[in-house]
Design a binder for this molecule. Structure first.
Ligand code: SER
Length: 314
């Protein structure tokens, strides 16, 4: 569809979500209508127009939007929960200022639509941990979570004040085989597959009973596109939508992997990421996403594990 009237800029296109989203957006809008940007070049993005972009550089961002007549921005650049704790002031700066730059572009009518991801990290130790509802106590304890929660409030404010069409999902941990995660607390659930295939053993940085909300990347990308393609009036939440896929702990995923690789062994050496995981929900209630725009997940744990093991090439 290279005659699409939409021109899409992906910020942070080289990241775990960006690489997969670029591919799917390319299928819908035509690769010639996708402008992939990242702080550094990435050979995996060679099928699209590529621009080097520091998401903190407003002038550079504006120049790219004008040059390519961008209509929509998927803003994915961020420091995640684990790296954010190592570099808190930079995490705050990057996650917040880059969001303002994109929201302002829409406020000034240079672009029409924004996608910006939030996270289960917006919840904290005082949040009910099981079947966590959309609207509940939110006292995040990581800088990443604080930045995402503040970002949600800003998105909603720009929507009400300036009618900015911004849409968002609170992603759980994302698990896919096409791209690698970086800097998150849920990353173990991707690393485990590579180690299982390579070494038949994995040392997990979370304890065996640490259950977290997770989702196959295919489901997450489909949810993102379904949300972005829903009619405006269906989007009743302009902060960010809870989204649930599945929920498991390291022991449960290891047991499922053992069904395919019987001599797989897992050990546990929790580190600083354990405290982050302990502050997050174990499962998510996403009633609103289901009711408002028809969300339904596909992957359960057996399907996810079989899919990952069959695609990863070591
Ligand atoms: N996967 C993210 C993290 O672990 C959560 O949004 O930081």
């Amino acid at each position: 569809m290279s005659n699409s009237t939409e021109k899409i800029l992906i910020i942070g296109a080289g990241g775990q979500i960006g690489l997969e989203l670029a591919f799917e957006l390319g299928k819908i809008y035509g690769n010639a209508n996708i402008v992939a940007s990242d702080i550094k070049e990435n050979t995996a993005l060679s099928s699209y127009i590529f621009e080097t972009l520091d998401a903190l550089n407003k002038d550079q961002l504006f120049a790219i939007v004008k040059k390519h007549k961008i209509t929509q921005v998927y803003h994915l650049a961020a420091l995640l929960s684990a790296t954010g704790e190592q570099n808190p002031m930079f995490a705050w700066k990057l996650n917040m200022e880059s969001l303002f730059h994109v929201l302002d572009l829409a406020k000034e009518k240079h672009i029409q639509k924004i996608y910006w991801p939030s996270s289960i990290a917006v919840f904290g130790p005082t949040t009910p941990r099981l079947n966590t509802p959309q609207f509940t106590v939110m006292e995040p304890s990581t800088i990443y979570g604080i930045s995402k929660q503040a970002g949600e409030r800003w998105c909603e404010w720009y929507f009400h004040k300036y009618n900015v069409d911004v849409r968002s999902i609170r992603y759980p941990g994302l698990i896919g085989w096409k791209s690698a995660p970086g800097g998150g607390t849920t990353d173990y659930a991707v690393h485990i597959f590579y180690e299982a295939l390579k070494n038949k053993s994995y040392t997990c940085f979370l304890s065996e009973t640490t259950a977290l909300p997770m989702m196959h990347m295919e489901d997450a990308i489909r949810a993102t596109l379904e949300l972005m393609h829903s009619p405006n009036e269906k989007i009743k939440i302009r902060g960010s939508y809870n989204l649930s896929g599945l929920s498991f702990n390291p022991k449960q995923i290891a047991e499922e992997i053992k069904k395919h690789i019987p001599d797989f062994k897992i050990n546990y050496q929790p580190d600083f990421r354990q405290a982050i995981a302990d502050s997050w929900p174990q499962s998510i209630n996403d009633l609103e996403a289901r009711e408002h725009w028809g969300w339904k997940e596909y992957y359960d744990l057996p399907k996810l594990v079989a899919n990952m093991l069959s695609h990863i090439k070591i």
